[in-house]
Design a protein. Structure first.
Length: 95
């Protein structure tokens, strides 16, 4: 299996643009990380979405997303997660 290309095509005939994604340090990876946020963080609910946040003084801001089936079919959940990741990527320093 070949590694993913370093550039993502932006459309037909367009020049490639560099991929923009969260770094590994900006993501929650392990169940223990999610459990810590659930246990020690704050919670806000709106409709089918629940936001859990734990403020940290040290280290990079990190994001973990769990989308419940209550939010809709997988297409809707995945779109919401992409939008949230993009918002976080652009605004992580302001949080």
């Amino acid at each position: 299996m070949q590694p993913a290309p370093a550039f993502a095509a932006s459309g037909a005939g367009d020049s490639p643009r560099p991929r923009q994604r969260l770094t590994s340090a900006q993501r929650l990876h392990h169940t223990a990380d999610f459990d810590e946020v659930r246990r020690l963080g704050r919670r806000a609910e709106t409709g089918p979405f629940t936001l859990r946040l734990r403020l940290r003084a040290e280290g990079p801001r990190r994001l973990g997303i769990i989308a419940s089936r209550k939010a809709g079919p997988s297409v809707v959940r995945n779109r919401a997660k992409r939008v949230l990741r993009e918002l976080f990527r652009h605004n992580a320093d302001a949080l």
